[in-house]
Design a protein around this ligand. Sequence first.
Ligand code: CMX
Ligand code: CO
Length: 142
Amino acid sequence: MLTRIDHIGIACRNLDETVEFYRSTYGFEVHHTEVNEEQGVREAMLKINGTSDGAASYLQLLEPIREDSPVGKWLAKNGEGVHHIAFGTADVDADAAAIRDKGVRVLYDEPRTGSMGSRITFLHPKDCHGVLTELVTSATEH
Ligand code: CMX
Ligand code: CO
Protein backbone atom coordinates (compact mmCIF):
# COMPACT_ATOMS: atom_id res chain seq x y z
CA MET A 1 0.00 0.00 0.00
CA LEU A 2 1.28 3.46 -0.89
CA THR A 3 1.12 5.44 2.35
CA ARG A 4 2.85 8.76 1.83
CA ILE A 5 4.67 11.10 -0.53
CA ASP A 6 8.27 9.98 0.12
CA HIS A 7 9.81 12.74 -1.97
CA ILE A 8 9.55 15.06 -4.93
CA GLY A 9 12.55 14.84 -7.27
CA ILE A 10 13.78 18.18 -8.65
CA ALA A 11 16.33 18.37 -11.47
CA CYS A 12 18.91 21.13 -11.14
CA ARG A 13 22.08 22.16 -12.94
CA ASN A 14 24.07 23.13 -9.83
CA LEU A 15 23.31 21.21 -6.64
CA ASP A 16 25.16 23.57 -4.27
CA GLU A 17 23.37 26.67 -5.60
CA THR A 18 20.00 24.93 -5.46
CA VAL A 19 20.60 23.70 -1.90
CA GLU A 20 21.43 27.27 -0.93
CA PHE A 21 18.20 28.55 -2.53
CA TYR A 22 16.09 26.11 -0.49
CA ARG A 23 18.07 26.94 2.69
CA SER A 24 17.94 30.73 2.39
CA THR A 25 14.39 30.96 1.00
CA TYR A 26 12.56 28.35 3.10
CA GLY A 27 14.97 27.32 5.85
CA PHE A 28 15.16 23.68 4.65
CA GLU A 29 18.44 22.05 5.69
CA VAL A 30 20.30 19.20 4.01
CA HIS A 31 19.55 15.90 5.74
CA HIS A 32 21.78 13.72 3.53
CA THR A 33 23.88 13.91 0.35
CA GLU A 34 25.23 11.13 -1.85
CA VAL A 35 26.32 10.20 -5.35
CA ASN A 36 24.27 7.40 -6.92
CA GLU A 37 26.48 6.19 -9.79
CA GLU A 38 23.86 3.79 -11.13
CA GLN A 39 21.24 6.57 -11.38
CA GLY A 40 23.82 9.09 -12.65
CA VAL A 41 23.12 11.75 -10.01
CA ARG A 42 24.61 13.74 -7.19
CA GLU A 43 21.77 14.44 -4.81
CA ALA A 44 20.70 16.16 -1.61
CA MET A 45 17.73 15.10 0.50
CA LEU A 46 16.00 17.94 2.39
CA LYS A 47 13.76 16.52 5.13
CA ILE A 48 10.35 18.17 5.25
CA ASN A 49 8.63 16.08 7.93
CA GLY A 50 8.86 12.75 9.74
CA THR A 51 5.96 10.27 9.72
CA SER A 52 4.52 7.90 12.31
CA ASP A 53 5.92 4.79 10.55
CA GLY A 54 9.52 5.99 10.99
CA ALA A 55 9.88 7.16 7.39
CA ALA A 56 9.73 10.80 6.22
CA SER A 57 8.99 13.15 3.33
CA TYR A 58 11.79 14.88 1.47
CA LEU A 59 12.68 17.09 -1.43
CA GLN A 60 15.30 15.28 -3.54
CA LEU A 61 17.52 17.73 -5.41
CA LEU A 62 19.25 16.04 -8.35
CA GLU A 63 22.27 17.17 -10.37
CA PRO A 64 23.30 14.87 -13.23
CA ILE A 65 26.83 13.45 -13.24
CA ARG A 66 26.45 12.31 -16.86
CA GLU A 67 24.67 14.02 -19.77
CA ASP A 68 23.24 10.70 -20.96
CA SER A 69 21.63 9.90 -17.56
CA PRO A 70 17.85 10.23 -17.11
CA VAL A 71 18.21 13.56 -15.29
CA GLY A 72 20.87 14.82 -17.73
CA LYS A 73 18.66 14.05 -20.73
CA TRP A 74 15.61 15.56 -19.05
CA LEU A 75 17.46 18.80 -18.14
CA ALA A 76 18.73 19.23 -21.69
CA LYS A 77 15.16 18.96 -23.00
CA ASN A 78 13.16 20.76 -20.30
CA GLY A 79 15.50 22.81 -18.13
CA GLU A 80 15.31 22.78 -14.35
CA GLY A 81 12.14 21.70 -12.57
CA VAL A 82 10.10 18.88 -11.07
CA HIS A 83 11.41 15.59 -12.51
CA HIS A 84 9.42 12.91 -10.63
CA ILE A 85 7.24 12.14 -7.63
CA ALA A 86 7.86 9.22 -5.27
CA PHE A 87 5.29 7.35 -3.19
CA GLY A 88 6.40 5.52 -0.05
CA THR A 89 5.39 1.93 0.70
CA ALA A 90 6.47 -0.68 3.23
CA ASP A 91 6.64 -3.26 0.39
CA VAL A 92 7.87 -1.92 -2.95
CA ASP A 93 8.02 -5.45 -4.43
CA ALA A 94 4.33 -6.14 -3.78
CA ASP A 95 3.14 -2.72 -4.94
CA ALA A 96 5.27 -2.81 -8.11
CA ALA A 97 3.93 -6.28 -8.97
CA ALA A 98 0.32 -5.22 -8.39
CA ILE A 99 0.73 -2.09 -10.50
CA ARG A 100 2.47 -4.08 -13.29
CA ASP A 101 -0.55 -6.42 -13.32
CA LYS A 102 -2.70 -3.38 -14.11
CA GLY A 103 -0.73 -2.85 -17.34
CA VAL A 104 1.56 0.00 -16.20
CA ARG A 105 5.20 -0.42 -17.27
CA VAL A 106 7.47 -0.89 -14.23
CA LEU A 107 10.99 0.03 -15.39
CA TYR A 108 13.02 -2.46 -13.31
CA ASP A 109 12.56 -6.23 -12.89
CA GLU A 110 13.84 -5.90 -9.32
CA PRO A 111 13.97 -2.73 -7.18
CA ARG A 112 17.36 -0.97 -7.18
CA THR A 113 19.19 1.07 -4.54
CA GLY A 114 17.97 4.63 -3.95
CA SER A 115 18.76 7.38 -1.45
CA MET A 116 19.89 6.39 2.03
CA GLY A 117 19.76 2.65 1.32
CA SER A 118 16.14 2.66 0.16
CA ARG A 119 14.79 0.25 -2.47
CA ILE A 120 13.24 1.96 -5.50
CA THR A 121 11.58 1.36 -8.82
CA PHE A 122 9.95 3.61 -11.43
CA LEU A 123 6.73 3.60 -13.47
CA HIS A 124 6.94 4.82 -17.05
CA PRO A 125 5.66 8.43 -17.33
CA LYS A 126 3.80 7.63 -20.56
CA ASP A 127 1.64 5.15 -18.59
CA CYS A 128 1.08 7.67 -15.72
CA HIS A 129 -0.42 10.68 -17.49
CA GLY A 130 2.98 12.27 -18.00
CA VAL A 131 4.34 11.86 -14.47
CA LEU A 132 7.52 9.83 -13.87
CA THR A 133 6.52 7.97 -10.68
CA GLU A 134 8.88 6.27 -8.24
CA LEU A 135 7.97 3.72 -5.56
CA VAL A 136 10.20 3.69 -2.45
CA THR A 137 10.66 1.47 0.55
CA SER A 138 12.93 3.32 2.96
CA ALA A 139 15.82 1.58 4.71
CA THR A 140 13.89 1.80 7.99
CA GLU A 141 11.13 -0.30 6.42
CA HIS A 142 13.09 -3.13 4.80
N1 CMX B 1 8.68 13.10 -16.62
C1 CMX B 1 7.75 13.02 -17.60
N2 CMX B 1 8.02 12.58 -18.86
C2 CMX B 1 9.28 12.19 -19.11
C3 CMX B 1 10.30 12.22 -18.13
C4 CMX B 1 9.95 12.72 -16.84
N3 CMX B 1 10.85 12.79 -15.87
N4 CMX B 1 11.44 11.76 -18.67
C5 CMX B 1 11.17 11.46 -19.95
N5 CMX B 1 9.86 11.71 -20.21
C6 CMX B 1 9.18 11.58 -21.50
C7 CMX B 1 9.88 12.38 -22.58
O1 CMX B 1 9.42 13.70 -22.61
C8 CMX B 1 9.57 11.62 -23.83
O2 CMX B 1 8.29 11.98 -24.29
P1 CMX B 1 8.01 12.29 -25.86
O3 CMX B 1 8.31 10.98 -26.56
O4 CMX B 1 6.58 12.67 -25.89
O5 CMX B 1 8.98 13.37 -26.23
C9 CMX B 1 9.51 10.17 -23.37
O6 CMX B 1 9.28 10.23 -21.94
C10 CMX B 1 10.84 9.45 -23.62
O7 CMX B 1 11.85 10.27 -23.07
P2 CMX B 1 13.38 10.23 -23.46
O8 CMX B 1 13.93 11.61 -23.24
O9 CMX B 1 13.58 9.59 -24.80
O10 CMX B 1 14.00 9.36 -22.31
P3 CMX B 1 14.13 7.80 -22.19
O11 CMX B 1 12.99 7.08 -22.81
O12 CMX B 1 15.52 7.42 -22.54
O13 CMX B 1 13.98 7.70 -20.58
C11 CMX B 1 12.76 7.11 -18.67
C12 CMX B 1 12.78 7.98 -19.92
C13 CMX B 1 11.53 7.47 -17.87
C14 CMX B 1 12.71 5.63 -19.11
C15 CMX B 1 14.07 7.41 -17.87
O14 CMX B 1 14.09 8.77 -17.51
C16 CMX B 1 14.23 6.55 -16.64
O15 CMX B 1 14.66 5.40 -16.70
N6 CMX B 1 13.88 7.11 -15.45
C17 CMX B 1 14.00 6.36 -14.20
C18 CMX B 1 15.33 6.61 -13.49
C19 CMX B 1 15.54 8.03 -13.07
O16 CMX B 1 14.79 8.93 -13.43
N7 CMX B 1 16.61 8.23 -12.26
C20 CMX B 1 16.95 9.54 -11.69
C21 CMX B 1 16.35 9.75 -10.33
C22 CMX B 1 16.96 8.85 -9.28
C23 CMX B 1 16.23 8.86 -7.95
O17 CMX B 1 15.12 9.32 -7.86
O18 CMX B 1 16.84 8.35 -6.98
CO1 CO C 1 13.66 9.95 -6.46
